[in-house]
Design a protein around this ligand. Structure first.
Ligand SMILES: [Fe+2]
Ligand SMILES: [Fe+2]
Length: 231
């Protein structure tokens, strides 16, 4: 059971990351004035939607194998893209970053995505149907990485590889930071859930003991009620 839970978590997080990329690319497509760039962003977004769909499918297969109670924790809701930090509440990257930084970000993250899929590939098995799908997703990510690199080096020749290397280091640290944040959130949730439940139980017990007849105001002179009464 522990195994299926950790698999659910892997596919749940990856599907979020892919869907967030699709939305980021769509926002970039909407924002550019260049038809050529718009087409590039659109095709990239389409790939990422396809990746997200594949990972949601793999998640659903495992969700059906898990207990209802476990599967319920891995149900997708759109706001979790923001609460989990995949999309910033300050806006899409294309709106909050300089174009140069945005392209460098894509360049770096596509490569990081590709390498994180190596682990998923090992998890599902290289020779399985899911393995084939993941291999083809990895090929897409490498293509995205190459396209971003080409664009970056063509448009910002003065900066070149060192700049991209710094970006890569920064993003690796950011990705690790997000994982730590997520783990802390889960830890705090585990810590506070019993407290919430105890408080809810206490509130329920008090509510059960209340005499609701006291709340009836019909035919009562409100002036006769004690000013200290909470009813
Ligand atoms: Fe992707
Ligand atoms: Fe990608």
């Amino acid at each position: 059971m522990k195994e299926i839970k950790s698999e659910l978590s892997v596919f749940y997080e990856t599907a979020h990351a892919e869907l967030a990329s699709a939305l980021e690319m769509l926002a970039a497509c909407k924002g550019t004035d260049s038809p050529k760039q718009a087409l590039g962003y659109f095709m990239h977004s389409k790939d990422e939607y396809y990746h997200a769909r594949s990972f949601f499918k793999m998640l659903s297969v495992r969700g059906k194998r898990a207990s209802t109670k476990t599967a319920r924790n891995f149900r997708f809701t759109a706001p979790s893209l923001i609460t989990k930090g995949y999309i910033s509440n300050k806006g899409f990257l294309i709106d909050t970053m300089k174009l140069k930084d945005f392209i460098a970000f894509v360049y770096t993250n596509e490569l990081l995505a590709k390498s994180s899929f190596e682990n998923i590939l090992a998890l599902v098995g290289r020779t399985s149907e899911e393995g084939d799908k993941i291999s083809s997703i990895m090929t897409d990510e490498l293509r995205h990485h190459r396209m971003a690199k080409k664009y970056f080096l063509n448009h910002y020749p003065a900066l070149q590889p060192l700049h991209l290397m710094i970006y890569r280091m920064k993003e690796t640290i950011n990705n690790k930071g997000r994982k730590i944040y997520d783990a802390n959130l889960k830890f705090v949730d585990r810590l506070l859930t019993p407290l919430y439940k105890a408080l809810a139980y206490l509130a329920g017990t008090i509510a059960k003991k209340l005499n609701l007849n006291e709340f009836k105001r019909k035919n009562k002179n409100l002036m006769d009620i004690s000013p200290n009464s909470i009813l």
